[in-house]
Design a protein around this ligand. Structure first.
Ligand code: ARG
Ligand code: GLU
Length: 722
């Protein structure tokens, strides 16, 4: 009875919309007012959609930035202080690290502004506004057009819109497709280019639990790092210069000390990269039964080798830390995704939907004509795609999983320009300079024996799993001359090439003249890389892009049809690296029979996991003593414990790392950094029973900065509310 009353009440409050308190959806910030505000308020939100996104006054959107190319970050002070994840700042932290200054291991804290470390190439991008420009982009499009004509018209319209905008503005504009090319938005941005490292905890906090705990709940990771944006003295984005000053944002987030409890309203504002919720079952089968398993196999081999060597020396561990984390992260996610799709019977659910869809499509002659043949067409195209996609995956994850191959590939442009346009010295110098920089960073983190073992292994796996028609010609050499002895072949190529020798490469680039391209052309690794590229662009890419153009256009029509079939449903577009809002309540879940996960973790769990003999579970002495003394300062929860992480029903994805997690008042209560393993299939199929986002409790962040790192001076510029 109680339950019924509650249901009745909420329907009255929410109205008769389709939405339930499910947590599914990554919503467009400019449409919140129209689509979501009512529901958000019914769920407990105290602020308005206008506080989140407004063009008339400063709003929260002015404090969210795309960090680098793949993460989210948020401003937490009036002086450009930028908070993101440890794993988002990882590359920057690693680049400043050496055996003498191991900031990965020991952490880093600037004790004043002068000590903040510049990171050339690192950017932070602010979205200024977004506008629906669908009509302008689709101007001149007719149903009679071929796909090619359609594409060309759209491209021309989009380019014109961007040009017209940028003519009168200092900002950059880009046109982004939404709902599978059914809608378009112009996204206007400003990119900051001087982003300095302010602080990072030791990895034993920022990456506590390492890859063992990655993608898992319960979690105890202090996954944060701090940066600061600098601008030129006149307030404009500029690359690093001593004269630059801290950025003064239009908005920054106040930080709440009140914590989060089960059932509390939360929302996340950030940059999810890519999701695919509306695919047909054939695509899900292809991804989870063919593509993922092959990639998982190749990555497992690479990771085993990395691990073996990392355990032999701290130097190699640092060298391979960032690569290892990247490879392992995707690897584990794919495993979780395949598993989740199976467990939630996602393919069967899609198939059931497809039955209904087919019936709906067949119900009128007009619909039959437009949509009746969609699903059979999808089936056919996905069958055609399979062998090519598999070849591409093996080329990319297999052959290009060999580091030296990727490095060799970066010389192709130099050879091409030297051979065809030796007179174009300007262009040649640009390429040379780029290579001189990339050569340094390549060798800084390159350990040949690792790569040699990887090469022998991956070549063997490639050879055994890919049909002969998809093998570059050097496999014939491996078969005939080396009798399938992959290790011997590997040794041979390394002996014949100079690209694995930092001194030789440096000298070569330093004295480079156009005619030297001949030396590269004779180099074994260069030859292999070149053939790899040519092979792919001749035998795989053309067919693959033809077929994916086909699925794209089918998908455009299928998306439109799905929306037409369910006119009352609020649809949200798949993630496309644009700013989105997702909201849901804090709360645990049951991952399997008889297991119940709670909403938050505490420092007690860190101590339970502690094991000085396992790298991932070592706990810094200072953290231990703070725990022993229960010295949590004002950061402890009302229950007296120190909370570390929490889960909530927010629909997030890769790219949401570093996103602010906000309470009903719009105050910062956490930093998103992960999802639960059982829920990683949410990119393809969201399931409210098991999909959760994992966040760092903002109080643990303050505790680490203040109590553990002695960088409490930074709190002075933050707005902390109780
Ligand atoms: N799974 C999280 C994400 O996708 C965190 C990755 C970094 N952590 C790690 N242990 N590798 O980015
Ligand atoms: N760690 C992820 C990131 O890089 C976020 C986790 C997810 O995929 O949801 O963005």
């Amino acid at each position: 009875m109680k339950k019924f009353l509650f249901l009745l009440l909420t329907t009255i409050l929410v109205g008769s919309g389709q939405l339930i308190y499910a947590g599914e959806g990554m919503w467009i910030p400019s449409l919140l007012k129209q689509l979501n505000e009512k529901e958000m308020k019914a769920m407990g939100m105290k602020i308005s959609a206008d506080d989140i996104y407004s063009l008339n006054h400063s709003s929260m959107k002015d404090a969210i930035l795309l960090f680098g190319r793949g993460c989210t970050s948020e401003l937490i002070s009036g002086e450009g202080l930028l908070l993101t994840n440890h794993h988002c700042g990882f590359d920057a932290i690693q680049k400043h690290s050496s055996v003498e200054h191991d900031y990965l291991k020991d952490g880093f804290w600037a004790m004043n502004r002068g000590e903040e470390l510049p990171n050339p190439g690192l950017t932070a991008t602010l979205m200024i506004r977004m506008d629906n420009v669908t009509d302008q982009v689709l101007k001149g499009i007719t149903d009679q057009m071929t796909e090619k004509e359609r594409e060309a018209t759209i491209k021309k319209n989009a380019e014109q819109l961007v040009k017209d905008f940028e003519k009168n503005s200092d900002y950059q504009a880009a046109i982004k497709s939404f709902f599978k090319d059914n809608q378009y938005y112009m996204i206007v941005t400003e990119t900051f280019k001087d982003v300095r490292l302010v602080g990072a905890p030791p990895s034993a906090i920022g990456k506590f639990g390492g890859d063992t705990d990655n993608w898992m709940w319960p979690r105890h990771t202090g996954d944060f790092s701090l940066f600061r944006i600098y601008v030129s003295p006149d307030g404009k984005p500029a690359t690093y210069s001593k004269e630059n000053v801290p950025y003064k944002p239009n908005y920054f987030f106040p930080i709440s000390l009140n914590g989060v409890n089960e059932g509390d309203f939360t929302f996340v504002f950030g940059y999810p990269a890519r999701t695919n919720e509306y695919l047909p079952s054939y695509a899900i089968e292809e991804i989870t039964q063919v593509e993922n398993p092959a990639k998982i196999k190749l990555r497992t081999q690479r990771l085993d080798i990395f691990k073996k060597y990392a355990e032999t020396s701290p130097k190699i561990r640092i060298m391979y830390a960032s690569k290892q984390a990247g490879v392992a992260n995707g690897w584990k996610k794919m495993i979780g995704q395949d598993w989740g799709i199976q467990r939630t019977k996602a393919i069967k659910k899609k198939q059931d939907f497809e039955k209904d869809f087919q019936q709906w499509a067949d119900a009128t002659p007009e619909r039959t004509k437009k949509y009746g043949n969609l699903l059979p067409q999808f089936k056919k195209v996905y069958e055609q795609i399979r062998p090519f996609q598999q070849a591409e995956d093996y080329l990319y994850e297999g052959a290009l999983g060999i580091e030296i191959q990727r490095f060799a590939l970066s010389f192709v442009q130099l050879v091409e320009i030297s051979e065809k346009h030796p007179e174009d010295t300007a262009r040649m110098n640009t390429i040379l300079n780029r290579l001189k920089i990339s050569e340094k960073s390549f060798f800084k983190d390159y350990y040949k024996p690792v790569d040699m073992e990887v090469m022998a292994q991956l070549l063997e796996t490639y050879d055994k799993n890919v049909p002969d028609e998809f093998k570059p010609s050097w496999f014939a050499v491996i078969h005939n001359k080396f009798h399938r002895n992959y290790t011997k072949f590997t040794k041979h190529v390394f002996e014949k090439s100079f690209l694995d020798d930092p001194e030789k490469v440096e000298a070569f680039l330093k004295s480079y003249k156009a005619r030297d391209y001949k030396k590269l052309k004779k180099d074994q690794f260069f030859q292999m890389a070149l053939e790899l590229r040519n092979f792919s662009s001749k035998n795989v890419q053309p067919k693959l892009s033809l077929l994916s153009a086909k699925t794209d256009s089918l998908m455009r029509i299928y998306m439109k049809a799905q929306m037409e079939m369910q006119p009352d449903k609020h649809f949200y577009p798949d993630a496309n690296f644009t700013l989105r809002v997702t909201y849901g309540k804090a709360g645990g879940f049951s991952p399997k029979d008889a297991v119940e996960y709670k909403t938050f973790t505490t420092m007690k769990g860190i101590m339970e996991k502690e094991n000085p003999d396992i790298y991932d579970y070592a706990v810094p002495e200072k953290l231990k003593s703070l725990y022993k003394d229960q010295d949590f300062g004002p950061y402890a929860d009302k229950d007296g414990s120190m909370h570390v992480c929490f889960v909530a029903k927010n629909h997030t994805s890769g790219g949401n790392s570093g996103s602010p997690v906000l309470n009903a008042e719009g105050q910062l209560i956490g930093v998103n950094f992960d999802r639960d393993w059982e829920g990683t299939m949410s990119d393809l199929n969201y399931d409210p029973s098991v999909c959760r986002n994992i966040s760092l409790d903002i109080r643990y962040f303050l505790f680490i900065v203040d109590k553990l790192s002695g960088a409490g001076y930074l709190l002075d510029e933050m707005k902390i509310v109780k």
